[in-house]
Design a protein around this ligand. Structure first.
Ligand code: NI
Length: 170
C-alpha cells in the first residue's frame, strides 16, 4: 500500500477526461487499495482516480463517521437524478476552500464493483453529493467550476501564491 500524490487545482491534468476501465484485475484492486489509503490519510470522504493522475473511470467514497463504509465505483454512470440539495463542498484538490454547491439530492448510479460485478444503487444526501462530485472529476470538472469566474480566479491565485511560498529554491 502507498499514499499517492494528489493533484491540486489549477493543475491541467485535473482537466483530463477519464476513459472507461476495461479490465478489473489484481493490479487495479491494488491501486484501489492505495486510493483508499490516500483518501483516509488526507482525510477525505471521496477520491476520483483523476486526482491521483490515473485517468480511468474509477472513484471511491466513504462518507461514514467510523470510516467503515467504503464504496468502489468503476465506470460509474448516473442514470437518474432528482431533487436539489445545497452542500458546503470542499475538495482534496482545492485544499482549504469550501463553497456552497447545488446538486441532485437523489441519484441512481450504475457501476462495477472491485470484483467487476455490475450494480445499480439508489442513494441520497451526502453520498449522492459525493458521487456526483467524484464523477465530475472523471469528466475533468471541479467544484470551483460551479462558482463565479471571479471567485474561481481568486481561489486559483491564492493557491498559486501558497505554493510559491512553500517552494524551495535551490
Ligand atoms: Ni474533489
Amino acid at each position: 500500500m502507498a499514499i499517492l500524490k494528489i493533484l491540486e487545482f489549477p493543475d491541467p491534468r485535473l482537466r483530463t477526461k477519464a476513459t472507461p476501465v476495461e479490465v478489473v484485475d489484481d493490479d487495479l484492486r491494488n491501486f484501489i487499495g492505495d486510493m483508499f489509503e490516500t483518501m483516509y490519510d488526507a482525510p477525505g470522504i471521496g477520491l476520483a482516480a483523476t486526482q491521483v493522475n490515473f485517468h480511468k473511470r474509477l472513484l471511491i467514497t466513504d462518507v461514514s463517521v467510523d470510516k467503515d463504509e467504503p464504496h468502489v465505483l468503476i465506470n460509474p454512470r448516473i442514470v437518474e437524478k432528482d431533487g436539489v440539495i445545497t452542500t458546503d463542498e470542499g475538495c482534496l484538490s482545492v485544499p482549504g476552500y469550501y463553497e456552497e454547491v447545488e446538486r441532485a439530492e437523489h441519484i441512481k448510479v450504475q457501476f462495477l464493483d472491485r470484483e467487476g460485478i455490475a450494480h445499480e444503487l439508489e442513494v441520497h444526501g451526502l453520498l449522492a453529493v459525493c458521487i456526483q462530485h467524484e464523477v465530475d472529476h472523471l469528466d475533468g470538472k471541479l467544484f470551483v467550476d460551479y462558482l463565479s469566474e471571479a471567485k474561481r480566479s481568486r481561489i486559483r491565485k491564492k493557491l498559486e501564491k501558497e505554493r510559491r511560498q512553500q517552494a524551495v529554491v535551490i
